[in-house]
Design a protein around this ligand. Structure first.
Ligand code: PEP
Length: 263
């Protein structure tokens, strides 16, 4: 049972906007982290040629360890802008600090709020005022109700262009990094008008599960998926084990294309 007024969120510059919402299935792909201009532009080309319509890439990386690669920051945003110029793909990238919202909004077409910041209400209010659509990930220990209420902090500041993203939750099961709560998709679609997509890469933490979990997302009626891709995952500075290579990305894109039209 879907919410009666499901909305579509449009991402990108006027005239080149990409829809996320009912009746379509949006493939968002790109590197977990922006490492170099070459790696980012090569990945963006792989994404576009496979059929992705939005490029993802982290310039500010919130990592479990403060000693791990933290991203290139503003230099990474500039690389993302050049990848958009090279491919025409709009960009989604994470913002982790309210003070960085203006500079991220200057470069990005969509602002991502990561799992660790789902309940960072000051940050949510700041992105609510930034005038860009928001990709809003579920907190890894948040209930669906807490997630939807947190989305209200963005909406309350006048920004209704919010796409929810189920990215796995903490459970007792260690076989995957998180447990993809696939039932969150129809639960959210019944309770909220907002589009909902799935991140199988961060849910599983394992490349071999990304295509099967994407198929599950398609089957359950998600509005899209966001996946990590890297031209050479073995050398990736961030989350290499979950990054798709070109061949797996094309397999995923074929599964997406075989979709019956959804409403
Ligand atoms: C990401 O998408 O780059 C990311 C860090 O995801 P999450 O916040 O879901 O862990």
């Amino acid at each position: 049972q879907h919410h009666p007024d499901r909305s579509t969120v449009w991402v990108g510059p006027a005239g080149h906007q990409v829809p996320i919402g009912p009746g379509t299935f949006t493939l968002i792909a790109g590197p977990c982290a922006v490492e170099t201009a070459e790696q980012t532009i090569e990945t963006a080309r792989m994404a576009r040629s496979a059929g992705a319509t939005i490029l993802r890439g982290g310039a500010f990386k919130p990592r479990t360890s403060p000693y791990a690669f933290q991203g290139l920051g503003v230099a990474g945003l500039r690389i993302l802008s050049s990848a958009r110029e090279a491919t025409g793909l709009p960009i989604v990238t994470e913002v982790v600090d309210a003070r960085d919202v203006p500079v991220v909004a200057e470069h990005a077409d969509m602002l991502q709020i990561g799992t660790r910041n789902m309940a960072n209400f000051g940050l949510l209010q700041a992105v609510g005022e930034a005038g860009k659509p928001v990709l809003f990930k579920r907190g890894m220990t948040a209930t669906i109700e807490e997630w939807l209420m947190a989305a209200e902090y963005i909406a309350q500041r006048g920004n209704l262009d919010v796409v929810l993203c189920e990215r796995g939750i903490r459970t007792f099961e260690p076989a995957t990094r998180n447990t993809l709560d696939i039932s969150a998709v129809p639960v959210v679609q019944a309770a909220s008008h907002l589009p909902v997509i799935v991140d199988p890469s961060h849910a599983a933490g394992r490349r071999d599960l990304v295509v099967p979990l994407s198929r599950a997302a398609i089957a359950v009626g998600a509005d899209g998926v966001i996946v990590d891709v890297h031209p050479d995952p073995e050398t990736a500075l961030c989350d290499g084990p979950q990054a798709l290579r070109g061949v797996e990305l094309r397999e995923l894109a074929r599964a997406v294309r075989r979709l019956p039209p959804m409403v």
